[in-house]
Structure formats: C-alpha cells, structure tokens
Design a protein. Structure first.
Length: 389
C-alpha cells in the first residue's frame, strides 16, 4: 500500500486570517465589519477566571456592540453543553458568534453559529456534509496552539454514549481566524505540551494521509511541523517567550489548514475513546498513542517519515531513507517522553480490562482509520493500547 500525493484536489480554508500581537482588542471592529451589533462570546470558565476575557469584552463594548458571554463550555463538549450554548445565543439575540479559547470552545462556537442560523438536530448532522446553512457570522480566537480549529470545518462532540462524533461541513469554516500570541502566554507547561503535540500530530497525519494528500497540504504540514518542533522546547522552558508562542500558534494554524484538507488517521482514531471514556485531554490522548502508531506505520510510511525527519532534525544527514525514517520516529518518541505530562495509560486511569472496549470503540472511527498508511485491525488497536499501558 503506497501513499500518493493527489494531482486532482480542491483546497478550502478560513477566508481571512489575522495574526497580530494584541489583535484581540480589535474584535469589536471585526464584528462590526461582519454586520453584527449583538454578539455572543463563547468560552470556558477557566479563561474567564484568568481574566483573559476582560479586555476583549471591553473592546466589544467600546465599539458599540452588545456582547453577551457564554462561559460554560466543557472539555470534549457533550451534546447538552452545545445545546445550552445555542439557547444562550438565541436568548441574546446574537447576530454573530465569537469563539474564544481552546478547541472545545472553538468547536462549540462553530456549532452554535450553525444551529442558530439553521435549526437542526446534532445527531442528524454527525458525519460529512450533512449540515445545512445558513449560519451566523463567526470569528474564532484560539488561546492554545493545538487544535487548529480556527481553520477547520470540523466540530467534535461527545455523545451520551461517550463516543466522539464529528460534524464535518464547509459551513463550519469561520469568517475570520484571529491569532493573538499574547493570549497564550499564560498557558502552563503541561497544557502547552499537550496542545503542541496535538498540532504536530495534525501535521504528521496530514502528510501521511492516504486520502486527499495534496501539494498544498504537504507544504503547510511541513512548515507547521518545522515551526512546532523547533519551538516546543522553547515554550516549555519559558512560557513568556512571545516569539516562540507566536511560532507555535502559527504552526498550529498551518497544521489545521493541512489536516482540514488531508484528513488525520489512526492516532486520532485511537485517541478519541480515551477522551470519551476517561476524559483524557485530547492532546494528551494523541501523545499517549503517537509513538506506537508511528512504529506501527513505519514500513508503510517510510518515505514520508524520512522526509519529515529533515524538518524535525534540521541539519542532520542520514545514511539512507530507512535511517531517516527511524530517526524521525525516535525523535518524536523522545519529544513525547520529555514533555511534562502522563506517559502511560495507567497514569490516566486506564486498566488492562478497559483495552477491549477502547479497541472496539476505536474501530468505529472508520472515517479516520481509512486514512492511515497501514490498515488497522481490532487486534492491532488493542496491541497499540497495550504497548503504552
């Protein structure tokens, strides 16, 4: 089985991207440009407590907008949380939505803008291309360098049965993605590490995807991985390094652009059940299974992993393609191991008796597994989980 770059492809992304230090203070002007006078800002309680919303909310008021705040976003947002946010938008008479935060807030904001604009049931639109418009104008402001949700057409929701399901539609691309690195300066090292690995996985899996891999996604994935890999240790060592934070945020966005068009694969498929059943943060879930999935894919993705080695190990010379491939896997494994987060499934509450359920649920994520360089069986999935138990 070979991985090929598609000669025929279409490429979509967020139409306007603004990367500007302090740019969050321009939210009022941006919302007015979209024709809104009443907006709903969607975020999580932690960011409100940290004071990150104070200046942006004031900027909205100073611009003459009526701004309501919904701050009850939950991690891995359950359906009920999304429905509550939709009702808040209706109660506020929102004419535009601003997502402000990590992936859960941005994913929720996408769905709110869609479901207020065109009422429909969440269970009816899980999957690809089932959502209907119109949607409200939408601005996304990421506060982590991880999900790239500000430039993807995907929202992930946790169902009442603890499955993670996705709504995938071009309608979910926001009108504006605003990158303000100052908003990421306060991220603690563990969160920085989890989200950074998540973004790297996006770049790696987009570059090795068996479906829709194309010249644009390849270029974006390579640049993203370079920015992320060369700045990760810097932001872990010094979270106030604004230049490194900006590089991470841009790398995360570029990786998002890449995997929105060349979709992710087995790392994400195996990560989802860990989030759904054990509420493991998404970035950590990816990090826990990354190394064994890379090793599993080694023979099928040797050429692509060798090309990625030049990005994560710049300046190093390799004796052969096989040597470069192995060096890439070793470096990514070492990077995960030096990050300040849990390194085993047991450390996040998983027992050996849970592995069969995890593997069975991972196999349900067929929309991602089909993109993996090597087919994954139920036994393969269980063995990957067991290797990091």
């Amino acid at each position: 089985m070979t991985i090929q770059t598609s000669l025929n492809f279409s490429f979509e992304t967020t139409p306007r991207v603004i990367s500007e230090t302090g740019g969050a203070l321009k939210l009022g002007a941006l919302a007015k440009d979209l024709g809104a006078s009443r907006v709903l800002v969607i975020t999580d309680p932690g960011l409100v407590k940290a004071g990150l919303l104070d200046a942006p909310m004031q900027a909205l008021a100073d611009a003459g907008l009526t701004a309501a705040l919904y701050s009850d976003v939950q991690a891995d947002p359950p359906e009920a949380s999304v429905d509550a946010a939709v009702q808040a938008a209706r109660d506020a008479g929102a004419e535009a939505v601003i997502g402000f935060g990590g992936g859960s807030s941005l994913d929720t904001a996408k769905l709110v803008a869609l479901l207020v604009g065109a009422p429909q049931s969440l269970p009816d639109i899980y999957g690809i291309g089932l959502a209907k418009g119109p949607r409200l104008p939408l601005i996304q402001v990421p506060t982590t360098a991880g999900t790239g949700s500000e430039v993807t057409p995907i929202s992930i929701v946790t169902t009442p049965t603890h499955e993670k399901k996705g709504v995938v539609s071009p309608l979910l691309y926001p009108d504006i993605a605003l990158l303000d690195a100052e908003l990421t300066l306060g991220l603690p090292p563990a969160v920085t590490a989890m989200t950074g690995i998540d973004a790297m996985v996006h770049a790696i899996e987009a570059y090795t995807s068996r479906h829709k891999k194309n010249a644009l996604s390849d270029g974006l994935a390579l640049k993203a991985l370079h920015l992320l890999a060369t700045n990760m240790d810097r932001v872990i060592a010094d979270g106030r390094d604004l230049a490194a934070r900006a590089a991470m945020l841009q790398g995360s966005m570029l990786a998002g652009m890449a995997f929105a068009n060349a979709p992710v694969a087995a790392v994400h498929a195996l990560a989802y059940p860990l989030g759904g059943h054990f509420h493991v943060p998404h970035g950590l879930s990816n990090a826990l299974v990354l190394a064994p999935v890379l090793a599993f894919n080694r023979d099928a993705a040797e050429a692509q992993y060798a090309e990625l080695a030049a990005v994560v190990l710049p300046g190093r010379r390799f004796a052969s393609q096989a040597d470069a491939c192995d060096a890439f896997i070793a470096e990514m494994t070492a990077m995960v191991h030096r990050m300040p987060f849990a390194q085993t499934l047991r450390a996040v509450g998983v027992a050996e008796s849970d592995l069969d359920r995890l593997a069975a649920d991972a196999m349900k994520v067929e929309r991602l597994l089909i993109n993996n360089p090597r087919p994954v069986t139920l036994a393969d999935a269980r063995a990957i989980y067991a290797s990091v138990l």
